[in-house]
Structures are given as C-alpha cells and as structure tokens.
Design a protein around this ligand. Structure first.
Ligand SMILES: Nc1nc2c(ncn2[C@@H]2O[C@H](COP(=O)(O)OP(=O)(O)OP(=O)(O)O)[C@@H](O)[C@H]2O)c(=O)[nH]1
Length: 301
C-alpha cells in the first residue's frame, strides 16, 4: 500500500464499533470518565464522538504531557474547559505531576453517586473511574503512575487482595485497570498532521518527509527563534519546509556520498527532537475563539 501524506485509514468502521462497544461495557461500571488529551493538541487529540459515547456520564479532562506544552497555552485551555463546565487538570504522567489534583477532581465529580443512599455518618463508597483516550496519549503511563503510588502503600498491608480489574488509588478512588481506546478525528487533514507531529500516529504509515517539512514550515511561521536557535540556522530561513530540512541536515552532518543530504536521517532528528520538547514547549491547537469554532489552528500573524 502506498504511504499517504496523512493517514486516514488507520481505523476501520469495524475497529471503531468494537472500541466503542468495549467502552460502553466498562462505562456501566464507573461513576466518572477521565478523558486524557495531549496538552500540545487538546483539540486534535480529542474524539469528536466522546459525548455521544459516554452518554451523560460525568467527565473530567486531564491534559497529559503538559511538560511538553506551552504553559501559557495550557492555562488558557484549562480556563476554556472551565468555561465549558468541564473540570480539567494539567498533568505529567512521567514525573507524576498533577496526580493529587486529578484524583481529587475525580472523587468530587463522583460524589453525588458515591454519597447516594449513604446513611448519615457512614462513609461513602470509593468513586469508580476509567481513563479514555486516543493511542499514545499516555493512558498506560497514567495508570501505572497512579498504580505505583498505591502499590507502595498496599505493600505494608499483607493480605489485602484487590479485585482483578480495579486499582485502588488511595482510599476513595478505584480505577479500572484497562483504559478505553478512542479513535482520533483522522478525517480532518490538519488534525492528522498534528497527530503525526506529536507521534500519535504510527510512523511507518505516513510520508515522513512531507510531514517533517510541514512541521518545519509551521515552526518557521509560529516559533521562528526556536528553530534558528536549536539548529543554529543563520541568515534568512527559507519558507519551504523541505529546504529547511536540507539546511538542518547539513548543519547536523547528515550527508551521503556526493555531499547530498540524508533526508531520512534529518527527518528523524527533527521529529525526535520536536517530540522530546527540544524545540521548546509548543502547543499546536489554540483555544476556540467561540463555540462555533471548528478547529483551533494557529492563525498566521
Ligand atoms: N513527556 C511526557 N511523555 C509522556 C507522558 N505520558 C506518557 N508519555 C510518553 O508517551 C508515550 C505513550 O505513552 P503510553 O502510556 O504508552 O500511551 P497509551 O495511551 O497507553 O498508548 P497506546 O497503548 O498506544 O494506546 C510513551 O513514550 C510515554 O513515555 C507525559 O506526561 N510526558
């Protein structure tokens, strides 16, 4: 199969139906869903059908990989979600930042359910929640991070068994140990690109050269100093992303016989460094200006 510029055939209708069915089965067991989004692309990493799938179940948002996003933009996103009445927190599942806040928000959201039928003075039952998100957004990392804290605690209590599917987070929260996998909004080309830049889409199914060139074009437009600093580019940086890629290849010594640039090597450098946050902390989706805004693409200034 020929590689596409932006893949749009990664999820087939059958896959989506199956994923949806699995989520719906688990939804019956939980009080709250935690929608995990990538803080660099809060719009593009969202599944447009989420509301329909969870059918009114209380939901909170966790903006993961906040360590890689522009913190001023993350703040704007948190304010935006608040204005939409969706509780949201920013987290870093690798370093464990924001975990306490996430747990507290989930517990608070579940309270109307967990306190129902509890007689006065008695303790409400633990809140039950599950994590939902598109591939690579950090679902397993978050579950492991939350579970890690608990495992340490559970160790001083021999004999405490826990149900197979649930992970105890402190005393008031139980987390389903399998996350729900959502499919991305891949039919939109701009969204597809942002998913490719951030690594949400499998690398071998898209044209890496085109995607890298497009990323460089966007970096030149929105974050020009980061580009020139990181790759020590001097003089006028060309507008064309492919030309920028060649320049970077030369700077980094990615050369093949005859002095030509090894574009594949150069692409790997750019994509890996971008994804690791070495080109600075970047957010690629902007908060919608109003409710009618369909996508959050940065405008060129
Ligand atoms: N910098 C950073 N990297 C993260 C964070 N959370 C996860 N990652 C990285 O993101 C990648 C994907 O994380 P996973 O936890 O496997 O994501 P997932 O959503 O479970 O992925 P699937 O199994 O494909 O659905 C891994 O390389 C993690 O190390 C975070 O908060 N910050």
């Amino acid at each position: 199969m020929e590689k596409q510029d932006i893949p749009n055939l990664q999820w087939f209708p059958g896959h989506m139906k199956k994923a949806q069915r699995l989520i719906e089965e688990n939804l019956k067991l939980v009080d709250v869903v935690i929608e995990l989004l990538d803080a660099r692309i809060p719009l593009s990493s969202a599944n447009p059908m989420l509301a329909e799938i969870i059918k009114g179940k209380p939901r909170m948002i966790a903006l993961n990989k906040a360590d890689l996003a522009d913190s001023a933009s993350t703040k704007k996103w948190l304010d935006y979600f608040k204005s939409q009445n969706v509780p949201a927190v920013a987290i870093d599942s690798m370093k464990g930042k924001g975990m306490k806040q996430l747990v507290k928000v989930a517990e608070d959201l579940a309270r109307p359910k967990t306190e129902k039928f509890v007689s006065k003075g008695a303790k409400p039952r633990a809140a039950r929640c599950m994590i939902l998100g598109i591939p690579n957004v950090g679902k397993s990392s978050l579950i492991n991070r939350l579970a890690g804290a608990v495992k340490a605690k559970a160790a001083d209590k021999p004999g405490v068994t826990r149900a197979k599917q649930w992970i105890k987070i402190g005393t008031n929260l139980d987390l389903l140990d399998t996350p729900g996998i959502l499919w991305p909004k891949f039919e939109d080309q701009t969204v597809g690109l942002k998913l490719a830049f951030t690594g949400a889409i499998n690398d071998d199914i898209y044209d890496r050269e085109k995607v890298t060139a497009l990323l460089l074009g966007i970096m030149r437009r929105d974050y020009p100093e980061r580009l020139t600093e990181r790759f020590k580019l001097t003089g006028d940086v060309p507008e064309d992303g492919l030309e920028i890629l060649e320049l970077i290849g030369r700077k980094r010594g990615c050369l093949v016989k005859g002095g030509l640039v090894d574009l594949e090597k150069a692409q790997n450098i750019v994509l890996n460094e971008f994804r690791a946050g070495k080109l600075g902390l970047v957010t690629l989706d902007e908060v919608p200006a109003d409710d009618s805004a369909e996508n959050g693409e940065k405008s060129s200034e």
